[in-house]
Design a protein around this ligand. Structure first.
Ligand SMILES: CC(=O)N[C@H]1[C@@H](OP(=O)(O)OP(=O)(O)OC[C@H]2O[C@@H](n3ccc(=O)[nH]c3=O)[C@H](O)[C@@H]2O)O[C@H](CO)[C@@H](O)[C@@H]1O[C@H](C)C(=O)N[C@@H](C)C(=O)N[C@H](CCC(=O)O)C(=O)O
Ligand SMILES: Nc1ncnc2c1ncn2[C@@H]1O[C@H](COP(=O)(O)OP(=O)(O)OP(=O)(O)O)[C@@H](O)[C@H]1O
Ligand SMILES: N[C@H](CCC[C@H](N)C(=O)O)C(=O)O
Ligand SMILES: [Mg+2]
Length: 496
């Protein structure tokens, strides 16, 4: 595509050089530039991408998107105020606006995004609407899966993925939209039809600074929905918001689109009542302005009632028949690494879960306590190079809501694993009883060797992850495999 065509939707930019060069790709990492690419110079948190422009040109970049003009480079330079946002718009143009040809659902919130997007995809596909999915666990189109580096990747990856979704014949796209992505404009070129808010609680304060700024980041998704209600179905935009969350009004006030609320509160448009929560799942009655029906799901815990309601609300605005929603929920297999059972025939429960925030941990432990007949044993750690303020809170939650807490490493990244554990311990009261085992394998083993009949072991924080990041190295590590190995060893030694 010629540079002049690519730049068409940009409102304000300066360009020196030939507008007619042919651009075949866009890339913000000089190391991945190929001949014919436009290189995007991003002033990052660690280094400044402008310093790599020469390297990009040497590798064949035919144009540069920059925030300041760079001297002595013999390719056209497009100067814009914010290269991240501008590159997101250009990626949408390069991939020929895939989101405009799909019904696009974006799900944001601190916890539950992965779960809600997976349930939505399952309902859509069960109702004959092929749906591409993008999020923490990866990209999914039909039977194909694609690895991703981030929950919401860079704009070029997002747009390239959506183009694939469209080309594979999908009618819908559903994706997790992280607050980082919203602030950095990774989805600035995506035309969402439905925005969903799950909840907001403490996380990522290292990035956003305050809860207020974090909430405003989430609201960006809702601010972008237009007010085309009443148009053809393809143009209807909806905001779907958890009314029981204390931040709900920030989201509803941010949008001009019609709002459909969900929750347990009387006032919610899609409301659940008659909840029956067991170790096998949940059943509930769902009331909407026009009908009342029962649903059953294999997902455990009150928080999953919210996730289920969010997905039901989306399905309803997409006019999926209630019977289809009911049968899809009843057969939903669950999300990898979210309350995933590990069963080797032992007489106690073992769950691997992705709770990595104080609220996530509280929710999963409270849910498990509701049905655990014996003790709850919790193995948990906190990620390095991430929000430090959540560490003491997660340790307090684990101590308060479990009978035996074992603190260990999550992904320490470039931090000293022992000092992350020190941060966790700093929140604990004098005389608190817990164990500290920095080696995650040892911690999982200790929990499984400690468990007695009817106890429940919860291994929290890493869920589906099949790696551990130590320093800058990624090693293979999977909580489910580790639990299975420890269970086999235990069962070979102990007869219950
Ligand atoms: C805080 C954050 O958003 N960081 C992202 C950011 O990193 P950064 O600003 O430090 O990048 P940098 O290293 O300074 O580099 C600046 C620019 O120079 C370029 N560069 C760098 C070196 C070089 O040799 N050549 C070159 O061109 C880089 O490609 C980049 O464009 O830009 C990088 C390139 O796009 C991202 O990979 C990186 O995400 C990292 C991996 C990350 O872990 N982000 C997390 C915090 C994140 O985004 N998480 C959210 C939330 C998850 C959730 O809660 O659901 C997510 O969506 O995953
Ligand atoms: N609605 C919810 N409210 C509170 N906690 C939840 C909710 N849904 C899930 N959780 C907890 O949070 C963990 C992560 O859930 P999930 O992966 O769906 O969230 P996410 O928003 O995608 O997380 P991430 O920010 O890492 O992408 C789960 O394993 C569970 O412990
Ligand atoms: N999306 C979350 C995942 C955290 C998972 C946890 N295992 C960790 O590595 O901190 C984040 O980027 O903060
Ligand atoms: Mg996720």
């Amino acid at each position: 595509m010629r540079l002049r065509e690519l730049l068409q939707p940009l409102i304000s930019y300066e360009l020196e050089g030939n507008r007619d060069v042919d651009v075949v790709g866009i890339e913000a990492d000089s190391r991945r530039v190929e001949p014919g690419f436009l290189f995007v110079a991003v002033p990052g948190f660690t280094v400044d991408g402008h310093d790599f422009a020469q390297q990009a040109v040497d590798k064949g970049a035919v144009a540069l998107l920059v925030e300041r003009r760079l001297p002595a480079l013999d390719v056209p330079q497009v100067v814009v105020p914010n290269t991240l946002f501008a590159s997101a718009i250009l990626a949408d143009v390069l991939y020929r606006h895939p989101s405009q040809h799909l019904r696009m659902v974006g799900v944001t919130g601190t916890n539950g995004k992965t779960t809600v997007t997976h349930i939505i995809r399952h309902i859509f596909e069960s109702a004959g609407r092929p749906t591409g999915l993008l999020g923490t666990v990866g990209g999914v189109i039909g039977d194909e899966t694609f690895a991703v580096a981030n929950t919401t990747p860079h704009a070029v990856e997002v747009q390239g993925f959506l183009r694939k979704v469209l080309e594979k014949g999908c009618t819908h796209g559903v994706m997790e939209v992280s607050s980082h992505a919203l602030v950095e404009g990774r989805v600035a070129g995506v035309d969402y039809d439905i925005a969903v808010f799950t909840n907001l609680s403490q996380d990522h304060l290292d990035f956003h600074g305050t809860m207020d700024a974090y909430a405003r980041a989430k609201a960006l998704l809702f601010a972008r929905l237009g007010n085309t209600y009443g148009d053809t179905l393809n143009n209807c935009k909806y905001a779907i918001v958890n009314l029981d969350d204390e931040y709900a009004s920030i989201l509803t006030e941010a949008t001009v689109a019609p709002v459909l609320t969900y929750g347990l509160a009387e006032a919610a448009n899609v409301r659940a009542s008659n909840l029956v929560l067991t170790h096998e799942g949940a059943s509930m009655t769902v009331t909407t302005p026009s009908e009342t029906f029962d649903v059953k799901t294999g997902l455990i815990g009150r928080f999953n009632v919210y996730n289920t309601l969010a997905a039901i609300a989306v399905a309803l605005v997409e006019q999926i028949p209630v019977s289809s929603i009911q049968s899809a929920l009843a057969t939903y297999p669950g999300v990898p690494g979210r309350c995933e059972r590990v069963d080797e025939g032992q007489p106690f429960g073992v769950f691997v879960d992705y709770a990595h925030t104080p609220d996530g941990l509280e929710n999963v432990l409270l849910s498990i306590r509701e049905f655990a007949k014996g003790r709850v044993i919790c193995v948990v750690g906190c990620g390095g190079d991430r929000d430090k303020t959540k560490r003491p809170l997660m340790a307090q939650t684990a101590l308060k809501l479990s009978d035996s807490a074992i603190f260990t490493s999550d992904n320490p990244r470039t931090e000293d694993p022992e000092s992350i554990l020190d941060d966790m311990e700093a929140g604990l009261p004098e005389g608190a009883v817990y164990r500290r085992l920095v080696d995650r394998r040892e911690a999982i083993r200790a929990a499984i060797f400690d468990a007695q009949a009817n106890d429940v072991v919860v291994i929290a924080g890493k869920g589906h992850e099949d790696y551990q990041i130590l320093g800058r190295t990624k090693i293979h590590f999977d909580d489910r495999e580790e639990a299975r190995q420890a269970l086999r060893a235990r069962l070979s030694e102990t007869s219950f």
